[in-house]
Design a protein around this ligand. Sequence first.
Ligand code: ATP
Ligand code: MG
Ligand code: MG
Length: 586
Amino acid sequence: ARSLTWAINPPHLLSEHASINASITRTRFPPEPNGYLHIGHAKSMNMNFRLAFEKLGVPVEQRRTIFRYDDTNPDAESEEYIDSLRRDVEWLGWEPERTTYSSDNFQTLYELAIRLIEKGLAYVCDMTKAEMEAQRDLAKRRSAARAVGKDPDVEAPIPSADVLPGRNRDTSVERNLKLFNEMKLGLHEEGSLTLRLKMDFESPNPNMYDLVAYRIRYTPHPHAGKGWCIYPNYDYTHGICDSLERIDYSICTLEFETRREPYYWILWALDMYRPNVYEMSRLNLEYTVLSKRRLLKLVNAKYVRGWDDPRMPTISGLRRRGYTKEIINKFCNDVGATRAMNVVEMVKLFQVARTTLADGTRRAMAVLEPVKVVICNFGEEANKAGEGGLTFEVQNSPTDPSLGSHEVSLTEVIYIDSEDFRLEDDPTYFRLSPNQPVGLKYHGGNLICEEIVKNDDGSIQQLTCRLDTSEGRPKPKSHITWVPSDGIPCEVRLYNHLFTEPEPSDLWEEELNPNSEVIHPNAMIDPSVLNLVDKKDVNKWKSNQALQFERLGYFVVDTDSTFESATQTGKLVFNRTVSLKEDKAV
Ligand code: ATP
Ligand code: MG
Ligand code: MG
């Protein structure tokens, strides 16, 4: 008969836990260093460092969260990933009680494995991968038969005990200790032997079919070094580490629900302290993928320029794109913790970005595709306006005077955006055309198009315009932004969704959006923004990191920038974090 002693439903443990250490409640955040963290991990961090405690009513001073590298697979892991994980956790503002590595427990895990062998609960198995799969498949079919009240011996008969429960299952403790020691000493080939847990082939849960606890792998470990050639598997390691670290609430995503049974079986078999296990739904976000494996593929196939490409849903990509920790954490908090599977709309993230960046962000005028405008009556207008009359003081933020102001000066040559000029009018078009004047923001006068100078290929070389400041001038349908003649050339990168489908399918590589990045290499910005640049490091802005380009959205300097403000040399690159309104986003 099956024993269910290990399958404890966590809520029953709550009171037991309270007595272990009533003054402290501990959770953990255990990423594997096999890629960069993404916004799904940010949700998990928000849960483990804050939300879980809030839900449990744990006072702030009693909260503890361990940041653990769940590093049991040296093939996929690297120091680069280890470093990036730490950086991202810190950047998001979370302060772990301590940082641990599962691999620091390799010796303990090994000794516990020996204890399991001695208890007759683990054995060394020489079945090949294919044999194990056939075994598992048979056990599954037998369990399915049992589930519908059929006879498994009829539906899925066992051809031989060598197959199920397997030829190695009932071997002696001595043999298993000897072979396991040989595995550790490196006397066996990779893939030739495994250590398996003697669990339950009659369970309806395939995760109980004698899990592999150890495998042979002659790969050095990025943290533990070269000392090991046997490595513990995730399922074996995870619960034991939780237990050793005295985790009260081990929170994972729902796909691990069926792993709860082996989790408790292992701790039961070792008679170790058992944490509460809770599952919550994974965060899925529209138009992107949240899986390190898939993101790695995007990087390796060069669909993006790296893990920190501004289109990536990674913490480093979002950071480079201008998403602050406030935006990311607020978004995660809004998403909350649920068990319901759902796909969160990308616009929710955009909306949090807009509201977070709205008031404190310094404005500046910019044009993406500059059209040169020569003001033919500039001298006259300058005379009329008098000394300093064409220099305007502009508040950095219309809603927050504490952010100060900057000056913009109208010059004889200005640049306007190609979108703000059209050769042909239509009733829904409110900006400049040969027959329609347009207002100039801050100056207030009307620009009237007098002449269009074209290049040989028909493209527009420049416009000659007259500035109308007369009392009786017509009221323009709109005012456009502009950049003076000493505007700073820059490259502006706009971003659209990475995928064309809200929920990328298995064919996700074909669903990549070819226009996920739109580059404007010849954009220009108001020169006053140079006051915000750190003279030595263009990636550092004196005030806030973000800038609002009027009418265009929120922007941040990209790490590709090489621009030096002192000499005005090199390249200045901006990324659009988010547009001002939703319809402009895609
Ligand atoms: P991935 O498929 O991206 O590698 P994972 O679950 O294998 O995800 P881990 O590095 O093992 O990644 O995850 C560390 C923690 O973050 C785990 O507790 C995991 O459940 C959680 N986590 C990972 N992805 C998400 C997600 N999309 N939403 C919520 N939590 C997540
Ligand atoms: Mg994992
Ligand atoms: Mg994974």
